[in-house]
Design a protein around this ligand. Structure first.
Ligand code: DGJ
Length: 783
């Protein structure tokens, strides 16, 4: 609900309040954002306790117009800030006017409260299918230069999320150069916060980093043309004592897939300013008379129920207001991807062999990854030539797709449409379609160049080519990859004065292509990818129902990476594969690889034809189990229990929306000797409900004991010998069993004390053999 009481605007969700007011000078003062409070007294007057009190400008601070000593921007909590009138902090907006001045003076013009929500024109934005959302549009005006700013707020009550976006409208007769125009600003005097960012690199995405705040600025962002794996746009603020289930946690995200920035600045007066939006680095946009510029929509929430409460809000928001189309609410198929099994070395024969095996273990969708088109035998050629290599696929894509469909599998294809290889027919025909500075040497990444999506003609080419590929190929799934970041940023289609628009226009072009294709092919499941998680953000999720979380499929790394994603994104938006692990060469149990990947949209990415009988049977079992629990894994409420960042074992659990079923995992990074302990708490159950709690039955491979086998073997067995191997295939030991009945509140508050971990001695069938990287799955079902 949104209310206006005199000059104060109050935005309320079920559990939160956001408020600001118009000062008598026409500036907006931010008053409050946090758990729901009573802001107005019984007479409808807004509690003045929230107003900042100023009587004088401290020391060298400037005052606004000389008549108001109490009005010094540098020490005020502003809802919107500009350059040049004494606020020395990072501003929301910075423009260069026709006269060369960079000073802006926006004051309140009007406000209206609206029902429902309109979409942005140039960028993807959240949607409000049921018309439940209310909005507030505040217009500010700079009368010195005839520029208007529209600040839009939308309130999503049931998921406790508010969104903000902004428009700059040029009402003047001159052009103005925009140097920065952010999406959200929050000023608060509560600076005793931890600012958390999610940073990393290729195969090391989404590492949580907690920054203690002190005077100065921290910037989290990207300038690579992608939202990037270096710094995800999802960030959090919390109090020092906030934990997974208790305390205050704020979170912000941005519906944008290009260069972004999130800055936190603590001023000399101890005030905190947070800004998020398009990264001003390299950005400059010429807004001509009468034109409007849209900033991306920012999304934020706050919860008093710790990080898990905050994640729940974000997950519901992404599920109900970002993901769209048929796949948003549909269970995702278990797939097999050909990449790590064969890389570029694919033929129809090989692919069909893999697909047959995939079908036999219960896989539902077969994905042909890179290597199927043009003369693509390595990463040096053919991007842009989206027609099948007839030597590899004699019947073309359609021929292969038909054979795969005849096996009863869905068929998916890999494409990287935003790219162009210098060695391609496309480049030979259209060298000016690549993003490059004409006549100057160009840097390459993975031997390829980026197509100039700031050029409409290029966007049309991509849309048409891909539309025919999808229509003719019998395609059920598309993996849309993007494997390099921008250099030599330049659009041959734009004039010199507009080159600062190139990276942003690229993203707008990409969004137009994706909107067109995803709406034209609603049945296709689109999965995003950018060398793994190099472009994992809410902008992409407006088109891709899931995103390949990382090229790193090592379960140990994936626990950390998927924990990172889980703070801001629902489990099913992350795709995760069981593989043979080429990135770290770490040897982890097949069951751990599955257990971790199960808390996501599950796939396999290894040569199933090379597996022995035991492994094949194990994978069959995994897929059978995943299908039984798929709706819970993909649509349940997720809780982080003990955390990877705390050291020790990691626990996760996910609960069906009706609270009837829960699946949980415990994972141990490294063994701690002589430590038998283990406890798992299952969050989110009905406290009064009675549940059957049990673990997934499993057998122990005797090879984990190494030459300890000789303690019981009648003859000496050499560790790692062929005999050891044969015995391991014939003799399987029963793992420990957990089987109890308990109330939901007990399972959550006290948890279940698990069977003791094996610790050098005392093995029996009640001991939990739990070496490095081991994990277990547990289930709770309401009786
Ligand atoms: C990078 C992706 O992240 C991989 O999964 C794979 O699709 C390769 N590209 C193919 O070139």
């Amino acid at each position: 609900m949104i209310r206006q009481i005199n000059d104060t605007f109050i935005l309320e969700t079920d559990k939160t309040t956001y408020a600001f007011r118009v000062l008598d000078t026409g500036y907006l003062e931010h008053l409050y954002y946090g758990r729901k409070i009573h802001i107005a007294d019984e007479d409808g007057a807004v509690a003045s306790a929230l107003f900042e009190k100023h009587e004088y400008a401290p020391g060298i601070n400037n005052v606004y117009d000389g008549t108001r000593a109490d009005f010094s921007f540098n020490d005020m909590r502003l809802e919107f800030s500009a350059n040049g009138k004494g606020d020395n902090r990072e501003p929301f907006i910075e423009v260069v006017h026709a006269d060369g001045s960079r000073t802006s003076d926006f004051i309140f013009e009007s406000a209206k409260i609206v029902k429902g929500k309109k979409m942005l024109d140039t960028l993807p934005s959240s949607y409000d299918e049921k018309g439940e959302c209310s909005g507030l549009i505040v217009t500010l005006f700079d009368r010195n230069y005839d520029l208007a700013v529209e600040l839009s707020y939308h309130v999503f009550e049931s998921c406790d999320v508010i969104t903000r976006s902004a428009k700059l409208i040029n009402r003047s007769k001159d052009s103005v150069r925009i140097l920065r125009f952010m999406s959200v600003q929050i000023d608060t005097d509560e600076s005793d916060m931890i600012f958390t960012t999610f940073n990393g690199a290729w195969i090391r995405e989404m590492g949580r980093v907690d920054h203690e705040l002190t005077v100065g600025t921290i910037a989290n962002g990207s300038c690579t043309g992608t939202s990037g794996s270096t710094a995800n746009p999802f960030v959090m603020f919390s109090k020092k004592c906030t934990s997974e289930n208790n305390g205050t946690a704020y979170a912000f995200n941005l519906i944008y897939s290009g260069n972004h920035i999130e800055t936190v600045q603590i001023s000399e007066f101890g005030k905190l300013r947070f800004l998020s939006g398009i990264n001003p680095k390299g950005f400059e946009y010429v807004l001509t008379a009468g034109e409007t510029f849209e900033a991306p929509e920012a999304v934020f929430t706050v919860s008093e129920e710790g990080f898990n409460g905050m994640s729940y809000n974000m997950h519901r928001f992404v599920s109900d207001h970002i993901l769209r189309g048929e796949w948003a609410k549909m269970e995702r198929p278990v797939l097999l991807n050909s990449w790590e099994a064969a890389y570029f070395d694919i033929t129809e024969f090989k692919l069909l062999r893999m697909a047959r095996k995939a079908k036999s273990v219960g896989i539902e969708l077969f994905v042909m990854d890179d290597g199927w088109f043009g003369s693509r035998n390595d990463d040096r050629s053919s991007l842009g030539d989206w027609h099948a290599n007839k030597k590899k696929l004699p019947g073309g894509v359609a021929g292969l797709s038909k054979k795969i469909h005849n096996m009863g599998l869905g068929f998916g294809i890999w494409v990287e449409p935003e790219m162009i290889s210098e060695d391609s027919d496309l480049y030979r025909g259209h060298p000016d379609w690549a993003m490059k500075i004409p006549g100057k040497p160009h840097s390459k990444g993975r031997n390829q160049m980026i197509l100039d999506l700031a050029n409409d003609e290029v966007c049309r080419y991509i849309t048409d080519t891909l539309a025919s590929l999808f229509a003719d190929g019998g395609i059920d799934y598309v993996k849309w990859d993007m494997n390099r970041t921008m250099t030599d940023v330049y659009s041959p289609a734009l004039p010199a004065a507009r080159q600062g628009e190139c990276a942003h226009r690229y993203i707008m072009g990409l969004y137009r292509i994706l909107k067109n294709l995803t709406e034209r092919f609603p049945d296709i499941l689109f999965e995003g990818c950018a060398s793994g998680g190099n472009r994992f953000d809410p902008g992409m999720l407006c088109f891709f129902s899931q995103i390949w979380g990382s090229d790193d499929t090592d379960a140990v790394e994936r626990v950390r990476i998927q924990t990172g994603y889980s703070y801001g994104y629902p489990l099913r938006t992350v795709s995760a594969h069981v593989s043979s692990v080429h990135q770290t060469l770490r040897v982890t149990p097949l069951e751990t690889r599955f257990d971790v990947a199960a808390f996501a949209s599950l796939g396999y990415e290894c040569n199933l034809c090379d597996l022995d009988q035991n492994e094949t049977e194990a994978i069959k079992d995994q897929i059978r189990l995943y299908k039984q629990w798929r709706s819970v894994f993909q649509f349940g409420r997720f809780y982080r229990g003990s955390n990877i960042y705390e050291g020790g074992d990691v626990t996760w659990n996910v609960v069906s929306p009706d609270g009837i079923r829960s699946a949980a995992m415990i994972f141990q990074p490294l063994v701690r000797p002589n430590d038998q302990r283990g406890r798992i708490r299952i969050f989110g159950l009905d406290p009064d409900g009675v549940y059957h709690f049990y673990n997934r039955p499993f057998k122990i491979d005797i090879r984990v004991f190494g030459d300890l086998i000789n303690m019981i073997a009648p003859v000496h067995v050499k560790n790692g010998s062929a005999v050891h191997d044969i015995i391991s295939r014939l003799v399987k030991l029963d793992g420990e069993k957990e089987d109890i009945t308990a109330h939901g509140d007990m399972l959550e508050k006290a948890g279940v004390i698990l069977s003791p971990k094996f610790s050098s001695t005392g093995f029996n069938d009640k001991t939990r053999v739990f070496p490095d990287f081991a994990s277990r799955l547990y289930f709770a079902e309401k009786k």
